[in-house]
Design a protein around this ligand. Structure first.
Ligand SMILES: Cc1ncc(COP(=O)(O)O)c(C=O)c1O
Ligand SMILES: N[C@@H](CCCC[NH3+])C(=O)O
Length: 438
């Protein structure tokens, strides 16, 4: 069993996270509960920042908040000196409520509404990553009315699509995001933005995918972008001051995953951008990145209580927990794999193969297939590791199951940062049927 960050087995044989016994977390907050190892989030943030500082490169590391968004998380991100990437007015609103400096927020999305854009501009957002022509039109109108010049990046699809370990070159037609780099779209967008006082064009953005295990895709994307920068320099005299290479750095969910150290991804990017800038004889642009999963993924653990079981003779034994696809949809959605352990009996020998089922009314609601655990009993606590990214943020109320609370653990202290949803919370938006008029 692989323990991430500060997770360890304590003298009681229990899983401890951030110096806090998970048994204490369970008795105080119940299950299911998401627990974050705050020290590990800080460590990852510093690793990314340090990698740029080591090379003396101007950079922004923006946390892609879709991975896990909450007021406390945004305050932690600010404490660590990162920027923030949001993709909706909801994420932006949360950030502003958390007191996050608006000038360090970047706004993404392939269909931002006029209302969302207005909120962003009124807040004094640091940068809007423009995705399409419709958005150029919307921002131009809002900026003119407000007499503003909006800092923007243009998102391009560089024709590099990452498939976890693998990456293949594709055309853009299969992506809903960004301007095509090859068919003249991006040149048209640059011309429009440069010719409009409502915009301050900082540079370009790309994001090649998620859970990527090597640096080659990022290098290839940078090379493709710089090939175009050479043309833009000649035709428009436009040289980006910012190149944003997105997020997507992989993490270790199971022993099958072999991600690089955060610094290693960054070093390869820096090398590529330096080489290309030298070849073109241009100043090194600022390099921005947007890690989401790699900042919070392995820092999160979900604790569940084991309940019922079912044996299918000669096939498998199902063990059910008090959560499932409502708090972690990734196994059902992506066949994502995780590792797990019995948090209250970490030293017991794992000699039983079982599969972990959720409690939703859905056969596909399985969290883990065929894993080794000790003999379990109802009431045991199951810890599923690496659930920090796209767990809470994709949680839902299927079957009207309430969303679990989130606890931050650090230096021996546990702090509740998101409360458990109540049934009343779920009913808050419901209205009764109108009385029939007879
Ligand atoms: C534009 C953009 N930036 C950053 C991210 C963060 O990706 P990850 O969580 O894999 O680092 C995503 C999600 O894939 C994204 O779409
Ligand atoms: N939600 C996905 C990642 C999506 C990345 C956002 N563009 C996951 O859980 O892996």
């Amino acid at each position: 069993m692989y323990l991430h960050g500060t997770s360890r087995i304590n003298q009681a044989g229990h899983l401890e996270i951030g110096g806090v016994d998970t048994a204490d977390i369970v008795s105080q907050y119940g299950t299911p509960v998401y627990v974050y190892d705050v020290e590990l989030i800080r460590k990852r943030a510093r690793q990314f920042k340090q990698a740029f500082q080591n090379e003396n490169v101007k950079a922004q590391v923006a946390y892609a908040s879709k991975a896990f968004s909450s007021v406390a998380m945004f305050q932690l991100v600010e404490e660590e000196g990162l920027s923030l990437d949001v993709v909706s007015a909801g994420e932006l609103y949360t950030a502003l409520k958390a007191g996050f400096p608006p000038e360090k927020i970047h706004f993404h999305g392939n269909n931002k509404s006029e209302e969302e854009l207005k909120l962003a501009l009124e807040a004094g957002i640091g940068c809007i990553v423009i995705d399409n022509f419709y958005e150029i039109h919307l921002i131009s109108g809002i900026a003119k009315e407000a007499n503003q010049s909006v800092p923007v990046l243009l998102r391009v699809t560089p024709g590099v699509e990452a498939h976890t370990h693998d990456y293949i070159t594709t055309g853009q037609e299969d992506s809903k995001f960004g301007f095509d780099l090859q068919n003249g779209q991006i040149e048209r967008a640059i011309e429009m933005v440069l010719g409009d006082k409502g915009f301050h064009l900082l540079g370009v953005h790309c994001h090649i995918g998620s859970q990527i295990f090597d640096g080659a895709g990022f290098v290839l994307a940078a090379e493709k972008i710089f090939k175009k920068i050479k043309e833009w320099k000649e035709s428009f005299g436009f040289v980006p001051t910012v190149v944003n290479l997105g997020g997507g750095f992989g993490i270790r969910y199971t022993s099958e995953d072999e991600p690089l150290h955060p610094a290693s991804y960054v070093e390869q990017m820096i090398q590529a951008v330096k080489t290309q800038s030298q070849l073109l004889g241009i100043n090194l642009p600022e390099i921005w990145i947007e890690p989401g999963r790699s900042l919070v993924g392995d820092a999160g653990t979900t604790l569940y209580t084991i309940g019922s079981r079912k044996e299918v003779p000669n096939i498998r034994e199902y063990i059910a927990v008090d959560g499932g696809m409502s708090d972690n949809i990734r196994p059902a959605l992506y066949q994502a794999k995780y590792e797990a352990a019995l948090a209250n009996r970490m030293n017991d020998a794992c000699n039983k193969e079982v599969s972990i089922a959720g409690k939703c009314c859905e056969s596909g609601d399985m969290l883990l297939w065929d894993i080794e655990l000790p003999e379990t009993a109802a009431g045991d606590i199951l810890a599923v590791f690496c659930t920090g990214a796209y767990g809470y943020s994709m949680a839902n109320n299927y079957n009207r199951i309430a969303r679990p609370p989130v606890v931050f653990a650090e230096n021996g202290e546990a702090q509740l940062v998101i409360k458990r949803e109540t049934y009343e919370d779920m009913l808050k938006l419901d209205l009764p049927l109108k009385a029939k008029v007879r």
